[in-house]
Design a protein around this ligand. Structure first.
Ligand code: 13P
Length: 302
């Protein structure tokens, strides 16, 4: 099937199934282009609240599809590839979280959305990279147990006055970027604005002009007068950046800034999931209700 045929097939399946397709900014360009909606983790969650569709096809990774299923039990949520996971989300399990909670009984547990539904169900409130500072600031407790991304947690700690206990998880893809790579890229493009994701290491964030979620990068680039940008996040984000700003130049800080799980989805896997109604994401009801409380608390303040 050539790309044109694949797009036509997807459009037909969408009509037949009364489906919508939502895609994260890290997806392949051709997948982003067939989506009804693209965005960062926060926007995808917001878009799924009350989505008027029998089927939501989530092009992204499992925790994002779980969030869609938690927020919209009336729709069937299909993940765009059965094995698209998030190694960061898998770095903490419920047993480990319970041990940490026992160690820090007074702490409010703030869970990055890059966690499983079971972890969200054991947490007080969720956050994304777009609203982490707001969420942590809103907590009444002085002590925050932040799970599982230590780099995002550290960045938030520099912007708030909370005592943050950081679980030692990290995103393999973002943690690969080094301060040396940023310095070299800045030598090459001295006027460029450096935009990095807060999952990057602290020393990388220190060299950047801004630490932003993927959609915040899109808004920053659009409103900024500067013409050249160095981007410190997954390469998929270059697609909307370039599409929305054809007169500007965007370069990755380092080559190979690729999340292998995000790249598992192709037009063919989207067709396969829709045609066979496979990869249905099911969150047990008890877990769903508890996880939804943590997500709802986040959405209420964002
Ligand atoms: P955003 O919420 O900024 O899009 O990031 C999602 C993510 O998984 C980063 O690795």
């Amino acid at each position: 099937m050539n790309p044109k045929q694949a797009k036509e097939r997807i459009a037909k399946l969408k009509r037949e199934l009364n489906a919508i397709i939502v895609a994260h900014n890290y997806q392949r360009p051709e997948v982003q282009d067939i989506a009804d909606f693209t965005g960062d983790s926060l926007e995808l969650a917001q878009r799924c609240v009350g989505a008027d569709a029998e089927i939501i096809v989530l092009c992204g990774v499992r925790f994002m599809a779980e969030t869609a299923a938690i927020l919209n039990p009336a729709s069937t949520v299909l993940l765009s590839h059965p094995d698209a996971g998030c190694p960061l989300a898998d770095m903490i399990n419920v047993g480990e979280l319970k041990q940490w909670k026992e160690r820090y009984p007074k702490a409010t547990v703030v869970a990055y959305v890059n966690t499983t539904a079971a972890i969200k169900a054991e947490s007080n409130i969720c956050c994304t990279s777009a609203n982490g500072i707001e969420v942590v600031t809103s907590c009444l407790a002085k002590e925050i147990l932040f799970i599982p991304d230590q780099n995002l947690g550290h960045y938030i700690s520099t912007k708030t006055n909370k005592r943050m206990i950081l679980y030692p998880g990290f995103c393999d893809t973002h943690a690969k970027v080094t301060a040396e790579q940023v310095s070299l890229a800045k030598q090459r493009y001295p006027q460029a604005k450096v935009l990095v994701h807060p999952e990057c290491r602290p020393e990388v964030i220190n060299l950047a002009d801004a630490a932003l979620s993927t959609s915040q990068m899109l808004r920053y680039a659009k409103s900024c007068n500067e013409k050249t940008f160095l981007i410190g996040t997954e390469e998929g984000t270059l697609h909307p950046l370039r599409k929305q700003n054809p007169e500007k130049e965007f370069y990755l800080i380092s080559d190979g800034f690729i999340c292998p799980d995000m790249k598992k989805t192709t037009l063919e896997t989207v067709i396969e999931a829709m045609q066979t109604k496979s990869n249905v994401v099911i969150v047990p009801e008890e877990t769903r209700i508890k996880a939804k409380q943590a997500i709802d608390r986040m959405l209420a303040i964002t």
